[in-house]
Ligand binder design. Sequence first.
Ligand code: Q9C
Ligand code: ZN
Length: 342
Amino acid sequence: MIVFYSEEHRLQSGRSELNDGQLVPCYEKPARADIVRNRLDAIGFGSVRAPEPHGLTPLERVHDVGYLAFLQNAWGEWVQEHGDWDALPLNWVAPGMHRRVVPRSIDGRLGYYSFDAGTPITAGTWRAATSAADSALSGADRIRAGDRSAFALCRPPGHHAGKAFYGGYCFLNNAAIAAQSLRDGGAARVAVLDVDYHHGNGTQEILWERGDALFVSLHADPVDEFPYFSGHADETGAGAGEGANLNLPLPWGTDWAAYAETLDVAARRIRAFAPDVLVVSLGADTYGGDPISRFRLLSEDFLRMGAAIAGIGLPTLFVMEGGYAVDDLGVNVANVLTGFED
Ligand code: Q9C
Ligand code: ZN
């Protein structure tokens, strides 16, 4: 399968995120994409290409134009106000407060458009995020052209980003942007399967009222885990999208045996929806060695995951999401892709 990868991912290299009460080095760092790229090279997997630029139009099909303008300009405004250090938000709206008026202050707008303090905006954030979206869009183009599969090695990731918010290391929702592009290119129905350890709250929000797009997610139960306020089993969609959202929360400690059963539930739902294409939000933070996650998958289990996804029997675009055990991330991601192909 063809792999899309942009060197511009390096431009997102935050210094620190707020974690357990401390500013710690960002878990979401350039070495993540490098190790995946290197592993694919080492095993001679597919051909790696730079993405085609797709411009703003496909981003505006998913994200709010005011949000996109904010994201594009935030770093410049932040530097003018505070100088050349990562931009992190400090304030958010609480129930009973108001978000009718968009703040003029850059600090106010960082809070207005975000939901955590783990996602620094830096000088290169916009270019890196748009290059990742271009990889997802280039992968969608391959599927539209008739390829059975493609892999968008996106960095920064995307599934926590909503129509008008960033967070969870994500700025642009690469998977949703690709899914929309596939719809616009002629697919009548699309499904997004999210196997990242964390709930894909951004994708869920974007597709919430959509009957033409099924969202299915396996993730750590939000009663215990980030993003805490999204991902419960009773969130099933609304309006035309009622019933087209399936959350499958799992407890901390989940191993492959339990995961595989739940993945089968997801696969059966996707087949019943009868989509034309499948987009997979591929996070490998379900790995037992992941430093911020608490599932127990082994490297060999990712081969089985790839085979199970192949069993759904749809043209499939893989979009890279999380995974922070950097040393093993290349093997784990490559295992999903080779397990799919074999
Ligand atoms: N103590 C993705 O996997 N907070 N994002 C972690 C750990 C945020 C993960 C805090 C995790 C975001 C794409
Ligand atoms: Zn994750």
